[in-house]
Ligand binder design. Structure first.
Ligand SMILES: Cc1cc2nc3c(=O)[nH]c(=O)nc-3n(C[C@H](O)[C@H](O)[C@H](O)COP(=O)(O)OP(=O)(O)OC[C@H]3O[C@@H](n4cnc5c(N)ncnc54)[C@H](O)[C@@H]3O)c2cc1C
Length: 645
């Protein structure tokens, strides 16, 4: 973490200096750049990202009276932890959460009818998949961490609760940049019940869950299977002699259905997903009048021969599951992408719903927002062409489609299938094999974004085989040269909208005449340099593209004073030197990033998007190709920072 750049500041460095102009009180502004609807994981992940930019007027509204306190999702995939690191709260989550280290599998005991027996136990996440584990934490706490980021940001962004979006209309003829979305909101706070407020927004993002009013206003629908599987879920403090109660466990009984057991934060709490009977066509689970006592009784039957005594149920719910997806995540019809720019987006459950069994809902929703956040920021700040916003739906709809297909298959494996009167029972061996095979997928690390203006052709993939283009940048350990700090290279990437350009040096490092030295000279001084072309006047040189060099030599074999100026940039109001741009492999620990990520010893550039996905891999001397990549969607700085209308 870097601070004191613009002068010494006392107090908590995570609390940014407030921006000069802050909106006051509970009054909604009349006009905003971005209106976010819904304070779930998607809405808060987006709001937290946008709150970092004082020049963007963001508002977030929520129909409930305050923050979520309990319940809903709890699984946090490795990939999501990597994202939390960028927001600055991964360590807090690591400390508070329950870590899923192993998963156990239970099946019907063939020798004792009516009993279950352990059939297998496996490591939950394969070694080296991520520097972070798979963890479990109440969704409400995840919300709290985002809310804290927002409160501490320069904009001091806080949600407007008790505001329900009623509807919105879009002036599709308005010029790009205009606040062309008219929104109506209904208040529910004391003394204002039923009052309608109106607001104009340049962009609206519907993060308003499965029954999204924003989606409804766009005339879009969720398509897919009707909900035909009903599950009960409870967070419970219980006394039991079931031996794997602190282990994630998939339990399949002979006659009584299945349980997914998730140990929870704090050492005592457990979440149990209990399979209920399959629903008939058109049937709603709420009509079955299922009680928490029914759920407890089902657990007791499935757990046999083990005892289970529920002492306190902190939260419970029953709901039906359908895998559903909307065909586009913005307001632009498929046949109008050439002529219209998106102004309204939907994210998270508003555009895809799936079962909780693969633990993806919260994770994928936040990844939607992470994808959209930097794009909105780049467009509103005048750095990127508005057409960039088309890529949000294109990229995330493809990811959601894959998720829906996976979830359908996994749900069937766990619960079996019902065709007419024929019921095919789940097979415990198939369950375990499938779980292992799809470990990378559920960890969130298998996502590969489809080719687009943002994913360069993979012609130079061979220069860094372990960092696939279109997939998330897989971090690795390094040593920071200037202060010999062992750290993860990926952790230099904050959720600040900046691009990271990792220049892996050849054997000659940054010596005069080396390709790295030539790259630094090009980036710093050439009129065609994307750093020069796209960094706004007056901003620090790394404000848009943040160059980091990784050398092959150990840190003691490198001379900091002989490094190119761009690797020791002068920044801020005092012209202080940023020494945190140079890295060496962690040779002492035997972890050479060049080997770990199969990076060619001749060196290369790895360009990483603000949402941590690998955008391009290029030879160190491919200056023109690097410039062309950015020119494809970024605006030259002479046009940058045009004020919003
Ligand atoms: C009751 C419930 C139980 C769940 N249980 C589990 C579980 O056990 N395991 C699991 O993995 N996943 C569970 N999920 C799903 C998981 O919580 C979601 O996948 C995840 O929260 C999606 O995040 P989101 O931000 O897209 O939407 P949500 O978390 O649904 O957030 C949407 C927000 O928008 C607000 N909102 C809706 N309409 C409006 C409006 N018109 N105006 C203003 N605000 C509005 C809502 O109040 C809500 O706060 C559950 C979801 C719900 C609703």
């Amino acid at each position: 973490m870097q601070f004191h750049l613009n002068g010494y500041r006392t107090g908590d460095p995570a609390v940014a200096e407030p921006a000069a102009e802050l909106g006051g009180g509970d009054a909604l502004p009349e006009t905003v750049d971005v209106l976010i609807v819904g304070c779930g994981p998607a809405g808060l992940a987006l709001a937290a990202q946008l709150s970092a930019f004082p020049e963007i007027r963001t508002a977030i509204v929520e129909q409930k009276s305050g923050p979520l306190l309990r319940g809903q999702a709890d699984g946090i995939a490795c990939r999501t932890m990597e994202m939390f690191e960028a927001y600055g709260f991964a360590e807090k989550v690591l400390k508070e959460a329950c870590w899923v280290n192993e998963t156990s599998f239970w099946k019907p005991d063939e020798t004792r009818p009516g009993s279950i027996v352990r059939s297998g136990r496996i490591q939950d996440t394969e070694d080296g998949l991520s520097e972070f584990p798979h963890v479990i934490l109440n969704q409400a706490r995840v919300h709290d961490f985002f809310l804290e980021v927002m409160r501490n940001a320069p904009t001091r962004l806080v949600p407007h609760y008790d505001r329900r979006l009623v509807d919105l209309t879009i002036d599709t003829e308005a010029p790009a940049g205009a606040a062309a979305v008219d929104v109506r909101l209904e208040r529910a706070d004391a003394g204002h019940e039923g009052e309608i407020e109106t607001l104009k927004a340049r962009y609206v993002v519907g993060c308003d869950g499965a029954r999204s009013a924003v989606r409804g206003s766009l005339g879009r629908e969720l398509h897919g299977d009707s909900a035909n599987a009903a599950w009960g879920v409870m967070d419970v403090l219980a006394v039991t002699d079931f031996p794997d109660i602190r282990m994630k466990a998939l339990i399949q009984s002979e006659q009584e259905g299945s349980i997914v057991l998730i140990p929870r934060e704090g050492g005592y709490l457990v979440r149990l997903y209990v399979e209920l009977d399959k629903l008939n066509a058109g049937e709603r689970v709420r009509n079955r009048n299922i009680t928490v006592e029914d759920l407890i009784a089902a657990v007791q039957r499935i757990f046999s021969p083990y005892s289970f005594s529920a002492k306190e149920v902190a939260w419970w719910s029953v709901y039906e599951i359908g895998q559903r997806l909307t065909d586009k995540f913005d307001d632009v019809p498929e046949d109008a992408t050439e002529t219209r720019l998106p102004r309204v987006f939907i994210a998270g459950d508003a555009c895809h719903t799936h079962s909780p069994k693969a633990g993806q809902g919260m994770n994928v929703s936040m990844q939607d927002a992470f994808n959209l956040g930097w794009k909105l920021a780049a467009v509103i700040r005048g750095l990127a062409e508005p057409a960039l916003l088309h890529s949000y739906s294109a990229e995330r709809q493809a990811v959601a489609k894959e998720l829906i297909d996976f979830d359908r298959e996994w749900a069937e494996i766990l619960s079996g299938t019902k065709k007419g009167s024929e019921i095919r029972k789940p097979d415990p061996k198939v369950t375990q094999d499938y779980f292992v095979r799809h470990g990378r997928y559920t960890a969130g690390t298998a996502t590969r974004l489809p080719a687009s203006v943002l994913s360069a052709a993979d012609g130079f993939q061979h220069l860094a085989r372990g960092l696939p283009i279109g997939m998330r940048f897989h971090s690795a350990p390094v040593i920071r040269v200037a202060d010999a700090k062992p750290m993860q290279l990926g952790h230099v990437a904050a959720a600040d909208g900046r691009w990271r350009l990792y220049a892996f040096a050849g054997p000659d490092g940054a010596a005069p005449g080396s390709r790295l030295a030539a790259l630094c000279a090009f980036l710093a001084g050439d009129p065609a340099s994307p750093v020069r072309r796209h960094t706004p006047a007056g901003a620090d040189i790394d404000a848009v593209i943040d160059l980091r060099a990784v050398f092959q030599q150990g840190h003691r074999d490198l001379a900091v004073d002989a490094m190119p100026q761009l690797l020791k940039p002068v920044k801020g109001r005092y012209g202080l030197v940023d020494y945190e741009k140079m890295f060496s492999p962690d040779l002492k620990a035997g972890q050479d990033i060049f080997d770990l990520r199969s990076i060619d010893r001749e060196g290369c550039m790895v360009l990483v998007r603000p949402d941590q996905y690998v955008a391009s891999i290029l030879p160190l001397d491919a200056h023109g190709a690097l410039a062309d990549y950015f020119a494809g969607f970024m605006i030259a700085r002479s046009k940058a920072l045009a004020p919003a209308e």
